[in-house]
Write a protein that binds this ligand. Structure first.
Ligand SMILES: Nc1ncnc2c1ncn2[C@@H]1O[C@H](COP(=O)(O)OP(=O)(O)OP(=O)(O)O)[C@@H](O)[C@H]1O
Length: 245
Protein backbone atom coordinates (compact mmCIF):
# COMPACT_ATOMS: atom_id res chain seq x y z
CA UNK A 1 0.00 0.00 0.00
CA UNK A 2 1.56 3.31 -0.94
CA UNK A 3 1.82 5.96 1.76
CA UNK A 4 0.79 9.57 1.25
CA UNK A 5 3.94 11.61 0.70
CA UNK A 6 4.71 13.12 4.08
CA UNK A 7 7.81 13.41 6.18
CA UNK A 8 5.91 12.70 9.40
CA UNK A 9 7.21 9.46 10.95
CA UNK A 10 4.92 6.46 10.59
CA UNK A 11 5.50 5.36 14.18
CA UNK A 12 6.90 7.24 17.14
CA UNK A 13 7.62 6.00 20.64
CA UNK A 14 8.35 8.78 23.03
CA UNK A 15 9.55 8.19 26.60
CA UNK A 16 7.86 4.79 26.69
CA UNK A 17 8.05 2.84 29.94
CA UNK A 18 6.67 -0.67 30.25
CA UNK A 19 6.35 -2.68 33.43
CA UNK A 20 5.84 -6.43 33.40
CA UNK A 21 4.46 -7.20 36.83
CA UNK A 22 6.89 -5.66 39.27
CA UNK A 23 9.71 -5.44 36.69
CA UNK A 24 10.46 -2.14 35.03
CA UNK A 25 11.51 -3.35 31.56
CA UNK A 26 11.29 -0.40 29.13
CA UNK A 27 12.79 2.67 30.77
CA UNK A 28 12.04 5.54 28.42
CA UNK A 29 12.19 4.24 24.83
CA UNK A 30 12.45 6.91 22.11
CA UNK A 31 12.16 5.56 18.61
CA UNK A 32 10.71 6.77 15.34
CA UNK A 33 10.26 4.98 12.04
CA UNK A 34 10.06 6.81 8.78
CA UNK A 35 7.61 5.65 6.15
CA UNK A 36 8.92 2.79 4.03
CA UNK A 37 12.04 0.69 4.36
CA UNK A 38 13.38 -1.31 7.25
CA UNK A 39 14.58 -0.32 10.70
CA UNK A 40 16.47 -3.02 12.59
CA UNK A 41 16.33 -3.16 16.37
CA UNK A 42 19.52 -4.68 17.75
CA UNK A 43 20.74 -5.27 21.28
CA UNK A 44 21.93 -7.84 23.74
CA UNK A 45 19.67 -10.60 25.06
CA UNK A 46 17.23 -9.15 27.54
CA UNK A 47 17.72 -5.55 26.33
CA UNK A 48 13.96 -5.15 25.78
CA UNK A 49 13.53 -5.64 22.04
CA UNK A 50 10.63 -8.10 22.21
CA UNK A 51 9.00 -6.00 24.92
CA UNK A 52 9.20 -3.00 22.59
CA UNK A 53 7.41 -4.89 19.80
CA UNK A 54 4.79 -6.20 22.24
CA UNK A 55 4.24 -2.70 23.60
CA UNK A 56 3.72 -1.29 20.09
CA UNK A 57 1.24 -4.10 19.42
CA UNK A 58 -0.68 -3.40 22.63
CA UNK A 59 0.22 -6.76 24.20
CA UNK A 60 1.78 -4.80 27.05
CA UNK A 61 0.31 -1.41 27.98
CA UNK A 62 2.94 1.30 28.46
CA UNK A 63 2.99 2.67 31.99
CA UNK A 64 4.23 6.05 30.73
CA UNK A 65 5.06 7.75 27.43
CA UNK A 66 3.31 7.81 24.07
CA UNK A 67 3.07 5.52 21.07
CA UNK A 68 1.87 7.32 17.96
CA UNK A 69 1.01 5.54 14.72
CA UNK A 70 0.33 7.70 11.70
CA UNK A 71 -0.45 10.69 13.91
CA UNK A 72 -2.81 8.77 16.21
CA UNK A 73 -2.04 7.78 19.78
CA UNK A 74 -2.24 3.97 20.13
CA UNK A 75 -0.57 3.44 23.52
CA UNK A 76 -2.84 1.27 25.68
CA UNK A 77 -5.22 0.58 22.76
CA UNK A 78 -6.49 -3.04 22.57
CA UNK A 79 -4.42 -5.25 20.23
CA UNK A 80 -7.26 -6.02 17.76
CA UNK A 81 -7.73 -2.28 17.18
CA UNK A 82 -4.00 -1.83 16.64
CA UNK A 83 -4.02 -4.72 14.14
CA UNK A 84 -7.04 -3.13 12.47
CA UNK A 85 -5.11 0.09 11.97
CA UNK A 86 -2.63 -1.82 9.79
CA UNK A 87 0.13 -3.16 12.05
CA UNK A 88 1.05 -6.85 11.85
CA UNK A 89 3.23 -8.77 14.30
CA UNK A 90 5.25 -11.92 13.66
CA UNK A 91 6.31 -13.15 17.10
CA UNK A 92 9.40 -15.28 17.64
CA UNK A 93 7.11 -18.24 18.39
CA UNK A 94 5.61 -17.78 14.89
CA UNK A 95 2.07 -18.68 16.04
CA UNK A 96 1.42 -21.07 13.17
CA UNK A 97 -1.37 -23.68 13.50
CA UNK A 98 0.46 -26.99 13.05
CA UNK A 99 -2.68 -29.10 12.49
CA UNK A 100 -4.12 -26.84 9.82
CA UNK A 101 -2.90 -26.78 6.22
CA UNK A 102 -0.77 -23.94 4.93
CA UNK A 103 -3.84 -22.81 2.99
CA UNK A 104 -6.05 -22.85 6.11
CA UNK A 105 -3.41 -20.93 8.05
CA UNK A 106 -3.49 -18.27 5.36
CA UNK A 107 -7.30 -18.15 5.21
CA UNK A 108 -7.47 -17.59 8.97
CA UNK A 109 -5.01 -14.70 8.69
CA UNK A 110 -7.09 -12.84 6.09
CA UNK A 111 -9.33 -10.35 7.83
CA UNK A 112 -11.27 -8.82 5.00
CA UNK A 113 -12.57 -11.95 3.24
CA UNK A 114 -11.36 -14.49 0.70
CA UNK A 115 -7.68 -14.71 -0.24
CA UNK A 116 -6.72 -12.43 -3.08
CA UNK A 117 -5.16 -14.53 -5.85
CA UNK A 118 -2.83 -11.81 -7.16
CA UNK A 119 -1.59 -11.21 -3.63
CA UNK A 120 -1.10 -14.96 -3.13
CA UNK A 121 0.90 -15.23 -6.36
CA UNK A 122 3.15 -12.45 -5.08
CA UNK A 123 3.57 -14.28 -1.73
CA UNK A 124 4.34 -17.56 -3.56
CA UNK A 125 7.06 -15.71 -5.47
CA UNK A 126 8.54 -14.52 -2.18
CA UNK A 127 8.20 -17.92 -0.51
CA UNK A 128 7.91 -20.71 -3.14
CA UNK A 129 7.84 -23.46 -0.44
CA UNK A 130 4.38 -22.29 0.61
CA UNK A 131 2.99 -23.07 -2.82
CA UNK A 132 4.57 -26.52 -2.73
CA UNK A 133 3.13 -27.32 0.70
CA UNK A 134 -0.17 -25.46 0.20
CA UNK A 135 -2.37 -28.45 1.05
CA UNK A 136 -0.06 -29.92 3.71
CA UNK A 137 -0.45 -29.45 7.46
CA UNK A 138 1.85 -26.64 8.61
CA UNK A 139 3.32 -29.08 11.14
CA UNK A 140 5.30 -30.82 8.37
CA UNK A 141 7.15 -27.63 7.42
CA UNK A 142 10.77 -27.08 8.44
CA UNK A 143 11.55 -24.31 10.93
CA UNK A 144 12.50 -21.94 8.10
CA UNK A 145 9.35 -22.75 6.15
CA UNK A 146 7.20 -22.19 9.26
CA UNK A 147 8.88 -18.81 9.62
CA UNK A 148 7.99 -18.05 6.00
CA UNK A 149 4.39 -19.06 6.66
CA UNK A 150 4.29 -16.83 9.73
CA UNK A 151 5.51 -13.88 7.65
CA UNK A 152 3.14 -14.76 4.80
CA UNK A 153 0.22 -14.74 7.26
CA UNK A 154 1.23 -11.26 8.39
CA UNK A 155 1.25 -9.97 4.79
CA UNK A 156 -1.72 -11.89 3.40
CA UNK A 157 -3.29 -8.45 3.07
CA UNK A 158 -1.36 -5.21 2.65
CA UNK A 159 -0.16 -3.86 6.00
CA UNK A 160 1.29 -0.48 6.80
CA UNK A 161 3.81 -1.69 9.36
CA UNK A 162 5.16 -5.15 10.08
CA UNK A 163 6.89 -6.03 13.33
CA UNK A 164 9.05 -9.14 13.02
CA UNK A 165 10.90 -10.78 15.91
CA UNK A 166 14.12 -12.67 15.09
CA UNK A 167 13.07 -14.49 11.91
CA UNK A 168 16.52 -16.05 11.44
CA UNK A 169 16.73 -17.69 14.86
CA UNK A 170 17.64 -21.36 14.39
CA UNK A 171 17.19 -21.13 10.60
CA UNK A 172 19.52 -22.82 8.08
CA UNK A 173 21.86 -20.49 6.13
CA UNK A 174 20.29 -21.34 2.75
CA UNK A 175 16.88 -20.29 4.05
CA UNK A 176 18.37 -17.11 5.48
CA UNK A 177 19.61 -16.22 1.98
CA UNK A 178 16.09 -16.78 0.61
CA UNK A 179 14.73 -14.60 3.41
CA UNK A 180 17.07 -11.76 2.50
CA UNK A 181 15.68 -11.78 -1.05
CA UNK A 182 12.09 -11.90 0.24
CA UNK A 183 12.58 -9.09 2.78
CA UNK A 184 14.29 -6.89 0.19
CA UNK A 185 11.12 -7.16 -1.91
CA UNK A 186 8.78 -6.81 1.08
CA UNK A 187 10.33 -3.60 2.37
CA UNK A 188 9.60 -1.98 -0.99
CA UNK A 189 5.86 -2.15 -0.28
CA UNK A 190 5.71 -1.58 3.46
CA UNK A 191 7.52 -0.40 6.56
CA UNK A 192 9.28 -3.05 8.63
CA UNK A 193 10.62 -3.03 12.19
CA UNK A 194 12.83 -6.09 12.56
CA UNK A 195 14.35 -7.43 15.76
CA UNK A 196 17.47 -9.35 14.83
CA UNK A 197 20.61 -10.86 16.34
CA UNK A 198 22.20 -11.94 13.06
CA UNK A 199 24.20 -8.82 12.23
CA UNK A 200 25.04 -9.83 8.66
CA UNK A 201 21.33 -10.36 7.91
CA UNK A 202 20.44 -7.10 9.66
CA UNK A 203 23.15 -5.11 7.90
CA UNK A 204 22.27 -6.41 4.44
CA UNK A 205 18.64 -5.32 4.77
CA UNK A 206 18.39 -2.50 7.29
CA UNK A 207 18.06 1.10 6.17
CA UNK A 208 18.12 2.43 9.72
CA UNK A 209 19.17 0.87 12.98
CA UNK A 210 18.32 1.36 16.62
CA UNK A 211 20.31 -0.33 19.37
CA UNK A 212 18.77 -1.09 22.76
CA UNK A 213 20.42 -1.64 26.09
CA UNK A 214 18.78 -1.98 29.48
CA UNK A 215 15.35 -0.88 28.31
CA UNK A 216 16.49 2.20 26.39
CA UNK A 217 17.56 3.09 22.86
CA UNK A 218 21.28 3.87 23.08
CA UNK A 219 22.00 4.46 19.39
CA UNK A 220 19.98 5.46 16.32
CA UNK A 221 21.16 6.13 12.79
CA UNK A 222 21.66 4.77 9.28
CA UNK A 223 22.55 1.06 9.19
CA UNK A 224 25.35 1.73 6.67
CA UNK A 225 27.11 3.89 9.24
CA UNK A 226 27.07 1.17 11.92
CA UNK A 227 27.95 -1.55 9.37
CA UNK A 228 31.21 0.15 8.47
CA UNK A 229 32.22 1.12 12.02
CA UNK A 230 33.51 -1.98 13.78
CA UNK A 231 34.54 -0.09 16.89
CA UNK A 232 30.99 1.23 17.27
CA UNK A 233 29.59 -2.27 16.73
CA UNK A 234 31.81 -3.65 19.48
CA UNK A 235 30.94 -0.83 21.84
CA UNK A 236 27.20 -1.12 21.26
CA UNK A 237 26.77 -4.82 20.74
CA UNK A 238 29.81 -6.37 22.37
CA UNK A 239 30.15 -10.10 22.24
CA UNK A 240 26.53 -10.69 21.27
CA UNK A 241 27.58 -9.71 17.75
CA UNK A 242 30.18 -12.42 17.26
CA UNK A 243 28.06 -15.00 18.99
CA UNK A 244 25.25 -14.67 16.45
CA UNK A 245 27.08 -14.13 13.18
N1 LIG B 1 6.67 -12.13 30.98
C1 LIG B 1 7.76 -11.64 31.59
N2 LIG B 1 7.86 -11.63 32.93
C2 LIG B 1 8.95 -11.13 33.56
N3 LIG B 1 10.01 -10.61 32.92
C3 LIG B 1 9.97 -10.60 31.60
C4 LIG B 1 8.87 -11.11 30.84
N4 LIG B 1 9.13 -10.95 29.54
C5 LIG B 1 10.35 -10.40 29.46
N5 LIG B 1 10.86 -10.18 30.70
C6 LIG B 1 12.17 -9.60 31.00
O1 LIG B 1 12.27 -8.37 30.33
C7 LIG B 1 13.59 -8.14 29.87
C8 LIG B 1 13.55 -7.83 28.41
O2 LIG B 1 13.08 -8.96 27.70
P1 LIG B 1 12.89 -8.94 26.12
O3 LIG B 1 12.36 -10.30 25.73
O4 LIG B 1 12.13 -7.75 25.72
O5 LIG B 1 14.38 -8.78 25.63
P2 LIG B 1 15.02 -8.98 24.22
O6 LIG B 1 15.90 -7.81 23.98
O7 LIG B 1 13.94 -9.25 23.23
O8 LIG B 1 15.92 -10.25 24.43
P3 LIG B 1 16.00 -11.66 23.69
O9 LIG B 1 16.90 -11.44 22.56
O10 LIG B 1 16.60 -12.52 24.76
O11 LIG B 1 14.60 -12.04 23.32
C9 LIG B 1 14.37 -9.40 30.23
O12 LIG B 1 15.09 -9.14 31.38
C10 LIG B 1 13.31 -10.42 30.47
O13 LIG B 1 13.74 -11.37 31.43
Amino acid sequence: MSEMPTTEPLLTLSGVHTHIGQYHILQGVDLSLKRGGMTVLLGRNGAGKTTTLRTIMGLWAPSAGTVTFDGRSIGGTPTPDIAQSGIAYVPETMAVFADLTVRENMILAARSGPLDQARLDWIFKLFPALKKFWQFPAGVLSGGQKQMLAIARAIVEPRRLILIDEPTKGIAPAIIEAMITAFAELKRETTILLVEQNFRFAASLGDDVAVMDDGRIVHRGPMAELARDEALQTRLLGLSLDAHQ
